[in-house]
Design a protein around this ligand. Structure first.
Ligand code: AMP
Length: 198
């Protein structure tokens, strides 16, 4: 069953936003649009975009805003995103918020809710190190992990002030079991009238 919802999930790397994002999107019948996944798929397939961003991802730096926003605009223009989507990893700074506002505004749309998964830095770090050991992602070196958490704190956290001023941020305690956290997110969305149609 599908229900319209335009959502963004935000949290430091290692907060579990990827896993929770998929759960929420599946329930609402909307696609997950994860810029990190799009970049990784392009790297894996050896596309021109992939070659352009490989070194940037390995260093844990941000891909240029205009390039990233163009990719998101293309993705959100596809039919399956017409009635909603869950963004994961974008926007990642206030410039990208401006790009997204412009794009959605032109369609007479806006985000319905921003789900912030709140996880202390120490917890994110240990989860990321565990994932590095399990999955061996190229950008999961100690150095790149610390760098990405720094970028999150300095560049991404400020987007929450912008969305907070619009009254659309739901801060969710991101420590607990996967199911507990999913339930907390659904409860917050439900309180906004965002619920899966039955
Ligand atoms: P993620 O899977 O969201 O942690 O993203 C992995 C990497 O992809 C990041 O460390 C960045 O190098 C790049 N990336 C993902 N999303 C963005 C974005 N919105 N803006 C710039 N770079 C991004």
């Amino acid at each position: 069953m599908t229900a319209s919802a335009r959502l963004l999930i935000v949290g430091p790397q290692g907060s579990g936003k990827g896993t929770q994002g998929v759960r929420i999107a599946e329930s609402f019948g909307i696609p997950v649009v994860s810029t990190g996944d799009i970049f990784r798929a392009n790297i894996k397939d050896g596309t021109e975009l992939g070659q352009q961003v490989t070194a940037i991802l390995e260093a844990g730096d941000l891909v240029p805003d205009e390039l990233t926003s163009e990719i998101v605009r293309d993705r959100l223009s596809q039919d399956d995103a017409a009635h909603g989507f869950l963004l994961d990893g974008y926007p990642r700074n206030t410039t990208q918020v401006g790009h997204l506002d412009e794009f959605l505004g032109a369609r007479g749309e806006g985000l319905d809710a921003v789900i912030l998964l709140d996880v202390p830095r120490g917890e994110s770090l240990s989860r990321l190190k565990l994932r590095a050991a399990e999955q061996g992602r190229a950008d999961d070196t100690d150095e790149a992990i610390a760098h990405r958490l720094d970028i999150y704190e300095h560049e991404t956290a400020p987007i929450l002030e912008v969305y907070g001023a619009r009254g659309i941020v739901d801060t969710i305690d991101g420590v607990g079991s996967l199911d507990e956290i999913t339930d907390r997110i659904f409860a917050a969305l439900d309180a906004r009238g965002l619920r899966v149609a039955v």
